[in-house]
Design a protein around this ligand. Structure first.
Ligand code: ADQ
Length: 462
């Protein structure tokens, strides 16, 4: 690649906190931040995004923040309180997120604010136009910025632009409920390469383009606006070597021993952001069904659910939290005895070493979203299992199911089937567990996040 890479995402790959009015900038550990770190550094490019809501910094603090961001070659796009509320919390998280996860029931009754979404997307495009130099490539990420590729194209017609959607593209029937369906699709078509996690999401996109604009794809390419737009499939991976290395570390080993202490019963594990797309309520009911149908697991099996607080300002997220907590209470109330409870529910984020220790200690990892773009938790579990043990129960509606075919695939809406898969995982013979885990590991270790970024950028460079 000759030019630089300009990465554009809603959030910058850092978190900013404050101490005594001075900013503290820390690198994020998220998948995107890790995967794009190398291309960002190697190409000496810029990363354009929002810092997240800032604590009170004062004039000096703000200057200091700009200096620190500049050192990391990050450019911040600032959002007003109203823009955060409308562009981020309403349009992105309360409208686009539920529609892309097939949850029309979560939509507000009246949707307005597309003008604010457009205005913020235009601000990101302006920032790109200021940074762009001849030969640079632009890589835009996710549903917050669906209009950005077209808006950059307006400003720099000859720019090389890529777009990647991290969440599902729903079927046209569902996508068409959005008043701005046409503008959004045209926004994405501003790119030269539009990437998805799975063939299914790409298929839905192609069907939407056909029905809205009458354009057919040939060999996954559209002729649009006198250009060729390629729709590609790039399943995202994780920093698999890093998980593998940490899983072997003394800190993780001693944490596994601590988790396992005084306990001989098997451990089932769920780890998610607390989001209605992740299928936590039905997963809890499946655990209940497991205890009902297979009483031999009572007072033996433990289900640990870690749910990271997420988007707490959005009402739908408060509802899902209440639903989960009431189910945990009901199921524990029914099945617990003084020395044992079936469900251990933790509503907070855990450190990376505890996270990996949990992956290592689990007998069965239960990943049952009702809809998920990819789901990196499933891959993190696999990468952490250098012991070639542990069983993955995986929803057919997670993008990861297209690749991780050696897991036990379930339909999360079929609670009885999910409960039976948990049972099957618990009684699975060691040889079969090993055979399946080896196959899963081969896939996850090979198709890691570095490879994902390299594949996308190669397609963009063609
Ligand atoms: P998410 O919906 O956030 O991502 P996911 O892919 O599972 O979902 O990634 C979650 C990340 O958060 C993982 O790296 C995980 O380790 C971390 N995490 C989860 N729970 C945690 C906890 N309790 N404590 C600490 N860390 C925790 C969106 C899409 C996905 C897509 C990704 C990447 O919704 O479908 O896979 O982007 O494209």
């Amino acid at each position: 690649m000759s030019g630089r890479l300009l990465i554009v995402s809603n959030r910058l790959p850092v978190t900013v906190s404050g101490s005594d009015g001075r900013p503290v900038v820390r690198a994020s550990v998220g998948g995107l931040a890790t995967g794009l770190r190398t291309p960002h550094e190697r190409s000496h490019g810029t990363w354009i995004g929002w810092t997240g809501e800032l604590v009170e910094l004062g004039e000096d603090g703000r200057c200091e923040l700009q200096r620190q961001l500049q050192k990391r070659r990050l450019v911040s796009v600032e959002l007003s309180a109203e823009e955060i509320r409308v562009y981020y919390e309403r349009i992105a998280n309360s409208v686009l997120w539920p529609v892309c996860h097939d949850r029309l029931d979560q939509l507000p009754l009246r949707v307005n604010g597309w003008d604010v979404y457009e205005r913020v997307n235009a601000r990101f495009a302006d920032a790109v136009a200021r940074e762009w130099r001849e030969g640079d490539q632009v890589w835009v990420h996710d549903y917050h910025l669906l209009r950005v590729p077209a808006l950059v194209r307006e400003r720099i017609p000859r720019a090389r632009i890529g777009f990647f959607l991290h969440i599902p593209f729903p079927t046209p029937e569902i996508f068409f409920t959005l008043a701005w369906r046409r503008e959004l699709v045209e926004g994405m078509l501003g790119a030269d390469v539009v990437g998805f996690h799975t063939k299914r999401h790409r298929g839905h996109f192609a069907a939407a383009v056909h029905r809205l604009l009458g354009i057919n794809a040939h060999a996954n390419e559209f002729e649009y606006g006198g250009r060729r737009v390629r729709a590609g499939v790039f399943p995202m991976g994780i920093d698999a070597r890093d998980f593998e290395r940490r899983a072997e570390s003394p800190a993780v080993r001693s944490e596994v021993t601590r988790l396992r202490r005084n306990d001989t019963g098997p451990l089932l594990l769920g780890i998610d952001r607390l989001d209605y797309s992740k299928g936590i309520p039905r997963r809890l009911i499946a655990v209940e069904q497991l205890l009902r149908r297979h009483p031999e697991w009572r007072e033996r099996v433990r289900f640990v659910q870690i749910a990271v607080p997420s988007r707490e300002g959005v009402r739908a997220y408060q509802h899902v939290r209440e639903e989960v907590e009431s189910l945990v209470g009901r199921i524990n109330g029914t099945y617990s005895v003084p020395a044992w409870a079936p469900i251990h529910y933790v509503h907070r984020s855990v450190s990376r070493s505890v996270l990996i220790a949990l992956y290592r200690a689990a007998d069965v990892m239960v990943v049952t979203p009702v809809r998920d773009g990819m789901n990196l938790v499933a891959k993190e579990f696999v990468a952490s299992r250098t012991d070639n043990d542990g069983v993955l129960v995986l929803s057919e509606f997670a993008g990861a199911a297209e690749e991780l075919v050696d897991s036990l695939i379930v339909n999360p809406y079929d609670v009885d089937q999910t409960a039976e898969a948990m049972h099957q995982a618990l009684v699975m013979a060691p040889e079969e567990r090993t055979r399946r885990m080896r196959a899963l590991r081969e896939c996850v270790m090979k198709n890691d996040v570095q490879r994902w970024a390299a594949n996308f950028l190669e397609a963009l460079g063609e």
